[in-house]
Write a protein that binds this ligand. Sequence first.
Ligand code: BGC
Length: 736
Amino acid sequence: MPAHFTHASLRRPDRLRLLALVTLLTTAGGCQNSQEPTTENRPFDVDATVASMTLEEKVGMTHANSAFTSGGVERLGIPELVMSDGPHGVRHEHTRYYDKATDAEDAGTYLPVGTALAATWNEELGYAFGEVLGRETAYRGKDVILGPGINIIRDPLNGRNFEYMTEDPFLNGRMAVGYIKGVQDQGVATSVKHFIANSLEYERRFVNVEMDERTFREIYLPGFKTAVQEGGALTVMAAYNKFRGDWSAESAFLLDDVLRGEFGYEGIVMSDWNAVHRTLPAARVSLDIEMGTDLSQEWNEPDYDAYFLADPVIAMVRDGALDESIIDAKVRRILTVMKRIHMFSGDRPAGAYNTPEHQAVARRIADESLVLLKNDGLLPLARDAVKRLAVIGANANRKHAGGGGSSQVKALYEVTALEGLRRLLGDGVEITFAPGYDIAPDATANEDLIASAVEAAGAADAVIYVGGLIHGYTDAWDDNAYDAEVLDKPDMMLPFGQDALIKAVLAANANTVIALQSGGPVDMRAWVSDTRAIVQAWYGGMEGGNALAAMLFGEVNPSGKLPMTFPARLADSPAHALASYPDEQLLIEHTEGLFVGYRYFDSYDVEPAFAFGHGLSYTQFAYADLSVESVDEGVEVRLTVTNTGDRAGAEVVQVYVHDNESSLKRPVQELKGFDKVELEPGASAELVIPLDKTAFEYYRPAKGPDEGGWLLEPGLFSVLVGSSSRDIRLRGEVEL
Ligand code: BGC
């Protein structure tokens, strides 16, 4: 049921209007034309405006003036820039814009989390996700949504993996582009975060990340490069961590040389909240806005004028320690982005909120995100064969939207798995719910709860177990846990005694489906081989429960694929096998180098529990007629895919490249293309998947007098086409 309020009620009160702008343009000499322009191209003259500003006015724009705004200049009709988290919904009103009168009205659409979106491998859904988010952001009167989060998923323990997308740089870029365009087509800016290598939460404001140049170029940079160059992201958020000894928000290498210099990025760089540490280094590099708040998260307003990029900058310019032109350049970039998102013309699309269309998009993404990890024929469950169903696991009855840190969403509603099953099955099926475990700090196996769960399982025709992880015990930061900001997971084990519970339930009823909610892998060794069906359900957004129920009972044919490898145990993950968790020296050394995710498992021959790209369907697909042809732009891969089963379904066809011979060691295969195709039973489709030349290159680090750079080393390449990284169906070769 949509909230009934006009968007004006949640718009910030101080949005400055056209009249002020016209005054500005006349006084700044930027407007020769008094006609009413209607597009973003109206004659707002950025240079003339900057020239007319005092130093204080300019510096007022380069730092936060409340937890989610940076300063405007009323005299010149420049509004504040208003931001909101992000990344899978518009966060509730808090801090300065919290208003008790409208507090009940800021509950919006809760989309599936980042890993769930990536698991769809559907670029159109990336766009649809962004479109919903952008429309809701605009409606709520915000200018910037703080997402997408695209840090590479390197370590299963990272608390924020659920907000990110994948371990693979190519998939990362593809999903980010859709998201960014979807948002920005609504006249709202995205903020691609966190630049760069913020792949653990442990002491995130103080750790130093070290990695070799090739790893940096091949694994960690490509997602950001694609996001700014192809996605056209208008803002980038610099990470908390140090990179090679410099704070990310103060790094001339990251911001000036790579982002601006190499990528040609002209948008805004803002800091993560309180990620700036010093005035001169931050002012000198092309960081534009220092953001931050009261670190206690109690939303006390600190003295924003004392920020590093506030009064201290004014003093330094006056003293001659800093050239004012550096500040001008920052303000120019900020104003240019403001102009792009219609902040001066007032003609940003109004957006929309809580529409049935938005809920339908949340549902479609949830449907396509479900990954059927294992199925020996138990699924789909037949409605007429299940008269008594046991639903076991406290997660089945749990809402997740409000937890996890800054990505929390106040959801208009959230359909739990239990509710979804009840809705789908109606009165015809008797559903017994047994929580089976306590969700509480340090809770271990609870024998009484296990006994009730076993009883319910024994009396049922089928059991649906819904367990996994949580974002926290409550929605408070102090209670964050597992998949949450500011802290990492203690290990990869299921908490609250779930292994013992699952084993007992499986012994009581073999017709048990295990569905797991989590941002990534958990250790399943205790029971995986005794299980008939396993579903990875992520955190599926407001429609997650409906999607899961529909998939379990065959109304939706699963088509999600893992966007990350699921290791059998933590020690098998490259960040633990080849590197170590940071110690008190606060150094995160990526000693595994390029061998992140499947690049490690495949190159070092380690068996994963479930491979990157894996995901089953209720139908089967046959692959045939591969041709791999060299064309001007690169290589064209063609093949025919046929749905050979008796249900309609969608398949994600994945293209990996293997370099048959190279002078430097390369991962044995790397994802360079994919396509998702929907096919009716018996139907075939010819797919054409282009690979540009960069798909075959690797980065050769500088050696002696030779400069480093991307290199396409001529020779034979294998092109591997499959249904997962470990289920390659067709192989071809091409000489380049
Ligand atoms: C997070 C960012 C977030 C910001 C604002 C930081 O703690 O790392 O991702 O956008 O807070 O809430």
